[in-house]
Design a protein around this ligand. Structure first.
Ligand code: ACO
Length: 430
C-alpha cells in the first residue's frame, strides 16, 4: 500500500477501493467516508486511536520522534525566540506577523482585556471554595450572554471579534476566578503590561500595595502559555470541534473545551502530578509508588507520565524542565523537596523496564506544576492556566472547521451490543 493511491478492502466476496490520502507529514490516511454507503459496515475505533477526525493545517506532532510544530515551526524555536501573542497570531492566521501586523494584533487583544462589568456579579454567585475551573467553565460559557454581537458564526467578522475577545478576556476571567477563591478584590487589567505580566499582575497584586512584575517570571509564564497553545486533535480540541460542528456559538464551544480539559487524564494532570509528588514526599518512597503504577489491580497511574501520541520525550517537557530549573534558581529555591522527588522519579521511571517497554515518558504536565507552584500559584490554578493558554489553539481549530466548506456535524456511529427488540411488560407482571 505504501505507494498506492487506493487500498483494497475485502469483505466476504466483495472488494472495496478506499482512497489513500497523503498528508504533508505523518502516516497516510484511509478515506472511509463512503464505506458505509457502499459496504453497509461501520469502522470501530473507541478513543480514536487510529482515526483522523479532520484535516488541519495548524499543528503537527511526530510522536515517535517527539516533535511538535505550530504551522511548521518547531516548538523549541518558538519557545526560545518567539512570545505568546506572536504564537497566537501564527496559530490563528497561519504565518508569523511582520512588525506592523504584530503591533495591530497586540493592540486589538489589549483593547479587549476588560470583561463586562456586570460579569462581576456573576462571580459573586459562586461559593468561595469553588474550583477555579468550575467558575471558568460557567463564566466563559456566559460570555455568550454578554457579547451577542459576536455569536453569529456565519459572519467572518463576528468570528474574528469573538476570537480576539476570548484570547483577551480568558486571562482576566482566570485571574478573577482565583481572586474570588481567596477572598481578594478583583484586579483590573493594566494595558501597558504585556500579556503574561498582565496576568501575573491580575493574580498577585492587591490594592494595598504596589506589585512589580519580575520580567524573568513573566518570561517563564509566557513560555508556559506558548508550550500549551495548541496540540492538534486532543480530547478538549476535539470537544470544541464537535460542539462547534452543530453551529454552537464560540463562547459555548470554548466552555465545552474547558470542561473536557479539566479531567486528570488531560489538563487536570498538572494539578494531579504536583499533588502526587507532594504525596510521595521523599525520595525513599518512590519505589512504593512505582510499584503501585505497575500493579494492574491498582488504578493508580504516575501522573505526568505517558501520552497518547508521544512515544518519546514530550518536547514541551524538555523545555519545561529547563524553565523549572531557571525559575527555581531565580527565586532562590534550592533543594526543593518536590523537585528532588520529581527528578529522582523521572530517573527511576526512565530506567524501569515497565515504563521503557510501554514508552512512557514525562509529559508537559510533569514539570509545569513545579514552576507554577514556585511562582506562587495554588494547585487549583494549574489547569485554569492551561485552559487560558490553550484557548487560542481551540479557537484556531474552531475557525478552521467553520471556514471549511466540507465541514459536517460530528456524528459518530456505534457498535450496538444491547438487548434485541422486546415488548413492554406491565409492572405487575415483572
Ligand atoms: N502510569 C502507569 N502506567 C501507565 C501510565 C502511567 N502514567 N500511562 C499509561 N500507562 C500504561 C497503561 O496502564 C497501559 O498499560 P497496558 O498496556 O498494560 O494496559 C499502557 O501504559 C498504555 O496506556 P493507555 O492508557 O492505553 O494509553 P492512552 O494513550 O490511552 O493514555 C494517557 C494516555 C491518558 C495520557 C495516560 O498515559 C495517563 O493516564 N497518564 C497519566 C495522566 C497524564 O499525565 N495526563 C496528561 C496527558 S498530557 C496532556 O493532556 C497535556
Amino acid at each position: 500500500m505504501a505507494d498506492a493511491t487506493t487500498a483494497t478492502l475485502k469483505i466476504n466476496d466483495s472488494e472495496y477501493e478506499l482512497p489513500v490520502l497523503r498528508p504533508t507529514e505523518g502516516p497516510d490516511v484511509l478515506d472511509i467516508r463512503k464505506l458505509y454507503g457502499q459496504a453497509d459496515v461501520f469502522t470501530y475505533d473507541p478513543g480514536f486511536t487510529s482515526t483522523a477526525s479532520c484535516d488541519s493545517t495548524i499543528t503537527f506532532i511526530d510522536g515517535d520522534k517527539g516533535e511538535l510544530w505550530y504551522r511548521g515551526y518547531p516548538i523549541e524555536q518558538l519557545a526560545a525566540k518567539s512570545h505568546y501573542l506572536e504564537v497566537c497570531y501564527l496559530l490563528l492566521y497561519g504565518n508569523l506577523p511582520n512588525a506592523e501586523q504584530m503591533e495591530d494584533f497586540e493592540r486589538r487583544v489589549t483593547r479587549h482585556t476588560m470583561v463586562h462589568e456586570q460579569m462581576h456579579n456573576f462571580f459573586r454567585g459562586f461559593r468561595r471554595d469553588a474550583h477555579p475551573m468550575a467558575t471558568m467553565v460557567a463564566v466563559v460559557g456566559a460570555m455568550s450572554a454578554f457579547y451577542h454581537d459576536s455569536t453569529d458564526i456565519n459572519d467572518p467578522w463576528q468570528r474574528e471579534v469573538a476570537s480576539i475577545r476570548l484570547i483577551a478576556k480568558v486571562p482576566t476571567i482566570a485571574a478573577m476566578a482565583y481572586k474570588y477563591s481567596i477572598g481578594q478584590p478583583f484586579v483590573y487589567p493594566q494595558n501597558e503590561l504585556d500579556y503574561a505580566s498582565n496576568f501575573l499582575h491580575m493574580c498577585f497584586s492587591v490594592p494595598a500595595e504596589k506589585y512589580v512584575v519580575d520580567p524573568a517570571l513573566a518570561r517563564a509564564m509566557d513560555r508556559i502559555f506558548t508550550l500549551h497553545a495548541d496540540h492538534e486533535q486532543n480530547a478538549s480540541t476535539s470537544t470544541v470541534r464537535l460542539a462547534g460542528s452543530s453551529g454552537a456559538n464560540p463562547f459555548a464551544c470554548i466552555a465545552a473545551g474547558i470542561a473536557c480539559l479539566w479531567g486528570p487524564a488531560h489538563g487536570g494532570a498538572n494539578q494531579a502530578a504536583l499533588e502526587m509528588l507532594r504525596e510521595i514526599g521523599t525520595v525513599d518512597r518512590i519505589p512504593e509508588y512505582i510499584a503501585k503504577a505497575k500493579d494492574k489491580s491498582d488504578p493508580f497511574k504516575l501522573m505526568g507520565f505517558g501520552h497518547r501520541v508521544y512515544k518519546n520525550f514530550d518536547p514541551r517537557a524538555k523545555v519545561m524542565k529547563e524553565s523549572a530549573d531557571e525559575v527555581l534558581d531565580l527565586l532562590g529555591i534550592h533543594n526543593n523537596p518536590t523537585l528532588q522527588v520529581a527528578k529522582e522519579l523521572e530517573k527511576i521511571a526512565l530506567e524501569d523496564e515497565y515504563f521503557v517497554e510501554k514508552k512512557l515518558y514525562p509529559n508537559v504536565d510533569f514539570y509545569s506544576g513545579i514552576i507554577l507552584e514556585a511562582m506562587g500559584f495554588p494547585t487549583s490554578m494549574f489547569t485554569p492556566i492551561f485552559a487560558l493558554s490553550r484557548t487560542v489553539g481551540w479557537i484556531a481549530q474552531w475557525k478552521e472547521m467553520i471556514a471549511d466548506p466540507q465541514a459536517k456535524i460530528g456524528r459518530p456511529r456505534q457498535l450496538y451490543v444491547g438487548e434485541g427488540k422486546r415488548d413492554y411488560i406491565d409492572v405487575a407482571a415483572r
